[in-house]
Design a protein. Structure first.
Length: 358
């Protein structure tokens, strides 16, 4: 149980619930501190409140409004995607399956299609470069206010568990409501290593706009055993966010990566505005231990908290009443459970997304 808590929570990416952004991981700890511990605590609380504000902005955004209108617009105000499923089923009944033998049938489906709610049928107009679906957002609505467009689609043949699957290499996907873009996704620079019977993705760039948040994801292989994932997010107001995770494997036999025993180390950082947490873990040393002690965990992992480049403290793991918990050790030697900052995280999330969580 202790090992599970450690691997699930290390780095506080999950524990503090942060997305992240900030300076590079080589922050310099100032010898002449400009803040007290009390001020550091206030800065952490302020940043976490700003994170919740960002989630509120996302919940109030145009994409959220569209989802609520389309999938929760019923008497009980509960999730119901039956209408959209019927729309898709009607399309495939008229024009054939969209996915055949694990391959998206993009080229054969080019065209502009319009759905009629009254008849439950589609009409098609020529389009040489895109698949465009126009439809009412809700059942029993005549107005065509939804538009989904897919362009620039290419794919490549890959292998997973001896099964051939065609995965996308490039595409542009856009969802509009009343001619306003509320969601888009652009995929590019996707490559695979096919040297084993498992096709390992070695690079990918993804740009996502989920109104009003813009997100960028970059996956890259730096060597046969070293990979890096970068995630960045921003809204028109408030601080931007970034998460960086570096993973080192023990071997490059990708087809036989099946457990934590195949990993050597993980490291990176997560930050929100001026707040930043760096982390690292010697997975190779911890993985063989069935029930590592607190001392073994802390000796083989490290997490530090910074604010505006100045070190706030270290994060350590402790077992309290049989439960693994994380504590911040401030620069003056005082210690505090991270629950003082995120103990009510679940309640906050439920309150922000109350329209979706019943």
């Amino acid at each position: 149980m202790k090992k599970f808590i450690l691997f699930a929570g290390m780095g506080l990416v999950t524990i503090l619930g942060f997305q992240a952004c900030g300076s590079s991981s080589d922050d310099v700890v100032s010898e002449n501190r400009t803040t007290s511990v009390a001020q550091d605590k206030e800065n952490i609380k302020k940043t976490i409140n700003g994170f919740y504000d960002k989630l509120n902005t996302l919940d109030d955004g145009d994409l959220s409004k569209y989802i609520l209108y389309t999938m929760f617009n019923n008497t009980a105000q509960e999730y119901d995607d039956s209408y959209l499923n019927n729309v898709v089923e009607s399309f495939e009944n008229q024009y054939g399956d969209v996915l055949i033998d694990n391959k998206l049938q993009f080229a054969s489906k080019l065209g502009t299609y319009t759905y009629n709610n009254a008849t439950g049928a589609w009409t098609k107009a020529p389009n040489a470069s895109a698949v465009v679906l126009k439809f009412p957002s809700v059942q029993n609505q005549a107005a065509i206010d939804g538009e989904l467009t897919l362009t620039s689609y290419t794919d490549t043949q890959t292998s997973y568990n001896s099964e051939t699957i065609w995965l996308p290499k490039t595409f542009n996907l856009t969802l509009k409501r009343s001619n306003n873009t509320i969601f888009s996704m652009n995929l590019s620079n996707v490559t695979f290593d096919n040297s084993t019977n498992f096709s390992m993705p070695i690079s990918a760039n993804v740009q996502i706009y989920a109104s009003p948040m813009t997100q960028n994801i970059v996956w890259q292989r730096n060597s046969s055993k070293d990979f890096q994932l970068k995630y960045a997010a921003a809204t028109p107001q408030g601080p931007s966010s970034e998460v960086v995770a570096n993973v080192t494997l023990k071997h490059a036999d990708y087809a036989n990566i099946s457990s934590k025993d195949d990993f050597k180390a993980v490291s990176g950082y997560v930050s929100e505005g001026n707040l930043k947490i760096t982390y690292s873990m010697n997975v190779e040393a911890l993985a063989p231990l069935n029930d590592p002690t607190d001392a073994q965990i802390n000796a083989n992992s490290k997490a530090e908290v910074f604010y505006s480049g100045q070190k706030v403290g270290d994060i350590v793991y402790k077992t309290v009443n049989g439960k693994g918990e994380f504590f911040i050790v401030y620069f003056d030697g005082t210690t505090e459970n991270t629950d003082v900052y995120i103990g009510d995280f679940e309640e906050k999330i439920k309150a922000i997304f109350a329209n979706y969580i019943k």
